[in-house]
Design a protein around this ligand. Structure first.
Ligand code: URA
Length: 249
């Protein structure tokens, strides 16, 4: 619940004092009824407020969540093939969230969703070089030379040369290789295409970290809200330039 004048002021109609004047002048309706009394409380989930006959949208509370995306979900809200969306996994009534960047249908792991446009901008702007870390099971036995190629940059199928990355061979799994790869850019399907460039296609891909934020022990399909401190740290990590913010560790 929120006082009507505060709701109007938060929505940008005017200062608190101005909004009180508007109410007193009979310019504000709640659910179609003109309200002139001061101090009326409104229910943000249910009540419809209009000013001079036009609906006022409330200032939405900013929410950012971390989801452990399972395989078999798209990161768009609509899919031409009718496949399930990550948004189906999140039950937060009254909050419209948007995925920050994309993960492929088959990719699992850390996905952020938010209604904070500023955070999305900072995390996805190519200039900010935010670190994204993946664990990738690659087909075949990856050599030290190939790990160094991944780090120095490889040429993708469209001729683009990838920027510096961090790569480490974690283990050999039978005849395949588990590789930890940190990239600082976000071309389409970048990790899969980098793996192809060294002739070791991805068998399984999981994102485990963005900047300093890790997936932790969250189960696949589960999500949690980020704390204010985590959001501030993420914003700080975005920095403002190639050498600002997130260091290339
Ligand atoms: N790189 C990929 O190839 N796929 C993803 O989902 C994320 C990064």
């Amino acid at each position: 619940m929120m006082r009507l004048q505060k709701f109007l002021a938060h929505a940008g109609v005017g200062s608190l004092r101005t909004c009180e004047h508007y109410i007193a002048q009979g310019l504000v309706q709640v659910n179609g009824q003109t309200v002139t009394a001061m101090g009326v409380q409104i229910d943000l989930e249910k009540d419809e407020v209009s000013f001079r006959g036009r609906l006022v949208r409330g200032a939405e509370e900013k929410v950012t969540i971390l989801l452990n995306k399972p395989e078999g979900y798209v990161t768009t809200s609509k899919d031409q093939f009718g496949r399930p969306s990550v948004l189906d996994l999140i039950d937060l009534p009254g909050v419209r969230l948007y995925p920050v960047g994309r993960l492929d249908y088959q990719t699992t792991g850390l996905l952020l969703l938010t209604n904070d446009g500023d955070l999305t901008y900072r995390l996805t702007h190519p200039r900010h070089h935010v670190a994204k870390t993946y664990e990738a099971l690659l087909q075949g036995e990856v050599t030290g030379v190939e790990i160094r190629q991944l780090e120095k940059g490889v040429v993708l199928d469209d001729g683009y040369r990838t920027g510096p990355a961090k790569a480490r061979l974690l283990s050999q799994k039978g005849r395949n290789s588990l590789v930890r790869l940190t990239i600082f850019e976000g071309k389409n399907h970048q990790v899969r295409r980098m793996a192809k460039a060294i002739h070791h296609p991805v068998l399984h891909l999981k994102r485990v970290q963005i900047a300093d934020l890790t997936i932790g022990t969250l189960k696949e399909g589960a999500w949690r809200k980020l704390t204010e401190q985590e959001i501030q740290e993420l914003k700080k990590a975005c920095g403002s330039g190639r050498n600002g913010g997130q260091a290339r560790k």
